[in-house]
Structures are given as structure tokens and as C-alpha cells.
Design a protein around this ligand. Structure first.
Ligand code: USQ
Length: 394
């Protein structure tokens, strides 16, 4: 089985590449280093240095004997995308420089993933819109022209739904109106431009599925935490990139880093903002189970990819408790929310579909969090307090 990972250098992309490679799949990764380059441009700092994608593929090969083919290329360029289907791929690193043929499954992570980034100013808003929508549209046209059977797994976001005052279903909602019924995409209302591009992705994919009978899984993922996976444990140089800054760091990773370095935990506003969370290892499981059970042709299958829900206050409480038990002096501080979002709201999403296809959830227990504290502690000297909060306003 041949898997192509778009965005293979990112927080989720690289662990996904190792995961599938370790399980016998032929894996090719593509990335344009957008995440790394913007991290450098915005001077966000990272917990530890991460070898380049090519270096990581070489390390992986040395340690396991397995090959992850690497392409450094920009998927907003249609010809780069199309080369994976019609040949002419320019590998940046591969043991054998031969075309592996049309991928059976494509995992689409090649997107700018940060909400604050998309609202820094018009330039970063355009970058987010341009990158995310062009990559998705290039993918849809390549599938239409060359590979209508290839299964695409796209990572969307729970943020597409926002925080409505009704239960959130898995992607679809049956509506009865004036005595008639029909099924529609669940109403979406994002609270950042980044999240808006994910809504637009879903719309592009739904259009392509209806027109060209494609098979697509859209995973509505919540904020992810963690850095170690089974496959990275063999060598620290294989650990995924880890951000704790305001722009690219997700909240659990941020709170642990803040606790370790003695920076008061930054609870935005009232702290009642509730989201669905998952461990990075569960992202891998969800993608794997989706790959093993592809939807039928002409189906846009949507799963809510979360394992449990927490409010910001609850996360601060857990980080505080675990930090204190490990001897850190942890403080929690409520600060004026730089974002426009509901700080107290109803939140009741359904998340059963992935469990039904075989995913085994891992939860954010005190032990799991303590494990993360221990990894962050090893790199404490690298933590920069100046990047933790800059106050990017909506
Ligand atoms: N928050 C704080 N303090 C902080 C950081 C965040 O109170 O220091 C709050 C935010 O205001 C928000 C919540 O915590 O209410 C989650 O924030 P986040 O930065 O962890 O996550 P978010 O910006 O929503 O984006 C992340 C990923 C994105 C993914 C999304 C899933 O960066 O790629 O799509 O989580 S979801 O949140 O379900 O939309």
C-alpha cells in the first residue's frame, strides 16, 4: 500500500509518516517547510531543534532500514501535486528514485494550522487562505483527472462547528423544514480565518465528492497534545516539532511548558472555553483506522476526532495539580482574552464514529501529563519566556 502524506514535516505529518512506514506501508512525504520558515520569520522559538525532513528520513532509514521518500515541494503549484499521479516526481531524498505509482491513500495535512497566525494581519490572513484553499483545490482536480479511487483523509477541525447552543453531530444534520426533510452539512461558524479555511476545504471536498464520485474522510480534530510516539522513542532526533508559543503552541503543550519554566498559566478570559482534546498517538490511530476502512465512492465521511472534553479552567487545574506534585511552583493567571470567542457556552459534541471503526482512546490522565512534564524538563534551558504571550488580537 502506498501512502502519500501532504505536509509530512509538520507536528502531525512526521509522526504519521513513521507510523505507517513502521507498519509496512510505502510512504512518501511532501512539504514546503512553510511551518519551519514561518516559525523562523516570526521568531517563535521551539522546545528543541528538529533535523530537516531529509535528515529525519535518513535517520529513520539508518535506524530501521525503512525508507520514507521525501519531496520538498509547494503543493499550491498544481504541477507539483499532479506529478504524484502522472509521474515526474522530483524526489529530494529516496533510496530508489523511481515513481511509486498512484497512491492508494493520501493524508492531507498540508495546511497553515494556527488560528492566531491567520489573524496577525492581512498578509498572514492571505497566506493562510492562499495556501490552504489552493492545496485542497489542486488535490481535488488531481483526483478528478487521474485517481478517482484514491482515498483522501483530510484533517479538518472541530472549530468548523464553533460552539453552537445545540449538540454537535458528526458532520451531518437532518433538518425538517415546513414538513419536508433533508440531510445537510452541520451548520458551521468558525471563530478564526484559519478555521474558516477548514470550512471552505470541507465545501471544496463535498463539491468534488458530489461531482466526481471521490472517496474522502474529513476528520474534525480538536486541539492535540503530546510529542512522543511509539516510533519516536527509538531516538530523540525523531521527535516531532514542539511549539509552546502563542502562535503555534496548542494549549496543553503550552500550559506544561509554562509550568516548567515558572510562567503563570495563561487562562484567556473566563476560561470556560470548552473543546475536545486528543493525544497525538490517537491522531495516528484515527488516521490508521480511517485508512483501513475507506468510505465508498461518492461519500464524504465525517468523524469528530476528539477523545474527551475540557474547559481551559479544567486544563489549568490539571496542569497545576500535576506540576505541583512534581515540585513545580505553578501559578494560574486569567488574562484579557486576545481572541473573540464565547467564554461560557454549551458544548456537547458526538464522537462515536472513530470508536466504532476500532480506535482505542487514550485519556489525559495525571500520569500522561506527568510524562510530558518530564520530556519538557529535559529541554527547560531552551524555553523562551518572551514568546509565550504576545497578545495577537482578533
Ligand atoms: N487558550 C487559552 N490560553 C492559552 C492558549 C489557548 O485560554 O494560552 C484557549 C483558547 O482561547 C481556546 C482554547 O484554549 O479557547 C484552545 O486554544 P488552542 O490554541 O489550543 O487551539 P486553537 O487555536 O483552537 O487551534 C488548535 C490547533 C488547530 C486545530 C484546533 C482544533 O492549532 O490546528 O484545528 O486546535 S479546535 O480548537 O477544536 O478548533
Amino acid at each position: 500500500m502506498h501512502i502519500l502524506i501532504l505536509g509530512g514535516d509538520g507536528y502531525l505529518g512526521w509522526p504519521t509518516a513513521m507510523y505507517f512506514s513502521n507498519r509496512g506501508y510505502d510512504v512518501t512525504v511532501v512539504d514546503n517547510y512553510m511551518r519551519r520558515n514561518t516559525c523562523t520569520e516570526l521568531d517563535v522559538g521551539m522546545l528543541y531543534p528538529v533535523p530537516t525532513l531529509i535528515e529525519r528520513a535518513k535517520i529513520w532509514h539508518e535506524l530501521t532500514g525503512k525508507e520514507i521518500k521525501v519531496v520538498i515541494g509547494d503543493l499550491t503549484q498544481p504541477e507539483v501535486m499532479r506529478s504524484f499521479f502522472k509521474g515526474g516526481v522530483e524526489y529530494s531524498w529516496a533510496i530508489e528514485n523511481s515513481f511509486t505509482g498512484i497512491p492508494d491513500t493520501m493524508i492531507h495535512y498540508a495546511e497553515q494550522p494556527s488560528a492566531p497566525f491567520s489573524l496577525i494581519n492581512y498578509k498572514y490572513a492571505n497566506l493562510t487562505l492562499g495556501n490552504n484553499l489552493l492545496v485542497t483545490n489542486n488535490l481535488m482536480f488531481a483526483l478528478k483527472d487521474f485517481a478517482r479511487d484514491t482515498h483522501v483523509i483530510h484533517v479538518g477541525t472541530m472549530g468548523e462547528y464553533g460552539t453552537p447552543n445545540i449538540d454537535i453531530e458528526e458532520g451531518w444534520l437532518e433538518i425538517e423544514h415546513k414538513g419536508r426533510k433533508d440531510k445537510f452539512l452541520f451548520p458551521r461558524q468558525a471563530s478564526s480565518l484559519y478555521h474558516t479555511t477548514k470550512i471552505m476545504d470541507t465545501d471544496l471536498m463535498w463539491f468534488a465528492v458530489r461531482m466526481w464520485d471521490l472517496r474522502i474522510t474529513d476528520l474534525m480534530q480538536g486541539p492535540v497534545y503530546g510529542m512522543e510516539t511509539e516510533d519516536s522513542k527509538i531516538d530523540d532526533r525523531l521527535m516531532t516539532l514542539f511549539n509552546y508559543d502563542e502562535i503555534f503552541g496548542t494549549i496543553v503543550n503550552r500550559f506544561i511548558t509554562q509550568a516548567v519554566v515558572g510562567y503563570p498559566l495563561t487562562v484567556y478570559g473566563k476560561g470556560g472555553q470548552t473543546r475536545g482534546y486528543l493525544n497525538i498517538n490517537d491522531t495516528l490511530q484515527c488516521v490508521h483506522m480511517s485508512e483501513k476502512t475507506p468510505p465508498k465512492k461518492g461519500e464524504l465521511r465525517i468523524f469528530n476526532q476528539i477523545m474527551e472534553t475540557f474547559s481551559v479552567n479544567q486544563l489549568a487545574e490539571i496542569a497545576c495539580r500535576v506540576g505541583k506534585s512534581l515540585g513545580y511552583d505553578v501559578e494560574v493567571k486569567s488574562i484579557v482574552n486576545p481572541r473573540r470567542e464565547a467564554e461560557e457556552h454549551y458544548y456537547n459534541p458526538v464522537y462515536q464514529g472513530l470508536i466504532d471503526i476500532g480506535v482505542n482512546p487514550h485519556y489525559l490522565t495525571d500520569d500522561v501529563m506527568a510524562g510530558m512534564f518530564k520530556v519538557v524538563e529535559r529541554y527547560k534551558a531552551n524555553i523562551r519566556k518572551d514568546v509565550i504571550f504576545r497578545g495577537i488580537k482578533w
